[in-house]
Design a binder for this molecule. Sequence first.
Ligand code: ACO
Length: 335
Amino acid sequence: RGCKLIGCGSAVPSLNVSNDDLAKIVDTNDQWISVRTGIRNRRVLSGKDSLTDLAAEAARKALEMAEVDPDDVDLILLCSSTPEDLFGSAPQVQRALGCKSNPLSFDITAACSGFMLGLVSAACYIRGGGFKNVLVIGADALSRYVDWTDRGTCILFGDAAGAVVVQACDIGEDGLFGFDLHSDGGGQRHLNALIKDNETDHAFGTNGSVIGFPPSNSSYSCIQMNGKEVFRFAVRVVPQSIEAALENAGLPRSKIDWLLLHQANQRILDAVATRLEVPPEHVISNLANYGNTSAASIPLALDEAVRSGKVQAGHVIAAAGFGAGLTWGSAILRW
Ligand code: ACO
């Protein structure tokens, strides 16, 4: 049994925050941000905007393109590190889509690599589990976890959602040729948003006896990042991973029509493309408009590239995600 991508969609919040807007709250400027990152604008959830609604909107557009009815979806994977329910928001996306068949839906947490893990998981569910139509959604609102006084991180992130429909097909039509996925917990110190230490460790007791009860208001600290280390990590592992995925796919580099990387920094995109000898005009980039949207960045960039006619039926895409965990992974796909 094979699987293929048959639809994509995306959604972004209406509020735009430009580099000039950020220069009003931290000591930065448009030139520094755009030269170092390629980012000029990002969209941010505001007021009562909901990430779940954004995810559902992206999913609805993907289902429309795929001409698949929500009732025919049998698995929804919501790739997100910022769900609105600690227990997972995928069932709320399923509810918003109105899927009457109660398909299985659950969250996958793997930061900026989440969508790649979701995509490969969808393929495994289809190939091994008899699932037919799988919605893979990448949706994140890192703006909720950014320290807006830290100019080293707050300039990078934006909020968005993107989705694809993966459908079972004959093996001859298979559209996922090869993949390569990894993680390294040893690198957590370079990029994390850890649970706050509210003394829960000590409040329950010592030497086996209860001495008190901790306050039940755990929350997470803001994103902590060593930008230089993350940069080095990405430029080292992503080309290796794409080479491994190409080898698994049995394809040479020359078959890549599009390089579709997690949109973290234009300099990372350029460095990876140079290492893989992919010409700049074959690199998909929409960083300037949205910044780093974590798990949403790959399906958001794919959706724009498909709808603008850049990516066309039959094109081969080398896609790769990388980020906190540390996690990283690649897949060689046919659109
Ligand atoms: N505006 C102006 N100056 C700044 C800013 C800013 N926004 N941020 C930092 N600076 C200053 C620093 O204070 C430093 O000043 P100093 O020389 O006086 O000490 C100088 O600029 C250089 O700072 P660096 O941190 O060394 O800058 P660098 O070239 O490394 O760029 C950046 C920083 C853009 C963050 C880069 O390291 C990067 O993009 N790294 C990758 C980050 C990334 O992709 N993270 C997301 C991973 S995905 C996920 O899972 C969430």
